[in-house]
Design a protein around this ligand. Structure first.
Ligand code: FEO
Length: 397
């Protein structure tokens, strides 16, 4: 199957309806797709990216259905195997094809897929190649989300092929997104899981893209945009410095003590009129946590003590928090223990990337008692005050 994107531009990739996990790590509740694009010029034909390793036969089938007899250039925007994994299949089928990419990506493709060195044409940032009546320009965009990433721009038709950038893990038969409501959750999940740690780089790349007239954005996961402003405005919001008036409480409880402390804390925040989201991290999906981290102003991690440290689910949540580097302004800990331990030091030691102000931790022995509830109230009131300073909200009486 192939889908026409524009005159002599086709989407020829694979919709993966059934994939449940990416990198054996990231849940895919709505599947995904590996979009690849065939651009037919009057003189040369280019394939922009390929599909996941093991799905090359389907890509070749789609090319056959389109009557493709030769490919001159395989553009590799990104070396990760969900887009590059079928390059060897394409090169076997079209031995005359050359892989067009940057020097860094060539080095990675040689290491990851053993693509022979003589198969490459190396391009520089903003270099162009001609397909006859169509021209491709390569825009380097390092750290979206690997160091070798680049974007390809089809000059005459003003189509941007940004690979992962602006993507979403969404298997859908729909080619173009019609409204922000239709894509926001999927694109935000993707941004949160994949792109958020590279916010600063992405901000720079967005600025570069503002100089290009763009009619269509054709990413390599999920649907395309013929209203590019939909996804560009969402990205501008996510990468911006502003957070939302919300406290995210990531908690796990073994025997109910931490749960009781969290319940009291959340109720106090609600009384103070502060929006709050509580997530049980023992059962949460990684994406659900990541999405909430994108714009929560405050993040509180609550954990019981296991042996001498935090519960493994809390260790994982802290790892995720630190790795995704959200723009959180305030962070804090609520810890419950039976006989001792070093949870607070352990978790704080993990948050080396976090620039948020760390609030005073609440450390509770066993079931929370009156003095503990007072400390929890104090933490909630401190947070409420800070949120009111930023957002000016009123308390609920
Ligand atoms: Fe979709 Fe970074 O690969």
């Amino acid at each position: 199957m192939y889908r026409c994107v524009a005159d002599n531009v086709y989407e020829v990739g694979v919709i993966d309806w059934d994939r449940k996990l990416f990198d054996e790590l990231i849940p895919l509740p709505y599947g995904t797709s590996y979009n690849a694009y065939l651009v037919r010029g009057s003189e040369k034909i280019a394939l922009i990216d390929t599909v996941n390793s093991g799905r090359g036969a389907e890509l070749l089938e789609h090319l056959r259905a389109l009557g493709v007899k030769k490919i001159d250039y395989v553009i590799a925007n990104h070396a990760e195997q969900d887009h590059s994994g079928s390059i060897p299949d394409v090169l076997r089928e079209f031995p005359e094809a050359k892989v067009v990419t940057n020097a860094k990506c060539r080095e990675m493709l040689m290491a990851l897929l053993h693509v022979p060195e003589d198969k490459f044409i190396v391009v520089n940032d903003r270099e162009r190649i001609s397909l006859g009546d169509k021209t491709l320009e390569f825009i380097f965009a390092p750290w979206v989300h690997w160091p070798e990433t680049m974007l390809t721009y089809l000059v005459e038709q003003q189509i941007l092929f940004p690979c992962d950038f602006f993507g979403s893990h969404l298997a859908t038969s729909k080619l173009f997104v019609d409204s922000p409501a239709e894509i926001e959750l999927h694109a935000k999940r993707y941004y949160a899981e994949i792109m958020m740690p590279f916010r600063t780089n992405i901000a720079g790349h967005l600025e570069v893209l503002k100089k290009y007239p763009i009619k269509i954005i054709a990413p390599s996961h999920g649907p395309l945009y013929n209203k590019p402003e939909i996804i560009m405005e969402l990205y501008s919001k996510w990468i911006g410095a502003e957070t939302e008036n919300r406290v995210l409480v990531l908690y796990v409880s073994m025997h109910g003590s931490t749960g009781k402390a969290v319940r009291h804390f959340v109720e106090q925040l609600i009384r103070q009129g502060i929006p709050v989201r509580q997530i049980d991290i023992a059962h949460a999906d990684l994406g659900e946590i990541a999405i909430e981290l994108v714009d929560a102003t405050t993040v509180i991690l609550a954990t019981p003590t296991v042996l001498t440290g935090a519960h493994p689910a809390a260790v994982y949540a802290a790892y995720l928090f630190n790795a995704l580097r959200p723009k959180t302004k305030y962070a804090g800990l609520i810890v419950s223990y039976g006989w001792g331990g070093r949870c607070i030091e352990q978790i704080k030691g993990m948050l080396t990337n976090i620039k948020a102000e760390l609030l005073e931790s609440v450390y509770i022995r066993g079931l929370p008692a009156e003095k503990d509830f007072e400390l929890i109230d104090k933490l909630a009131l401190t947070i409420a005050e800070k949120h009111r300073t930023i957002f000016g909200s009123e308390k609920n009486g």
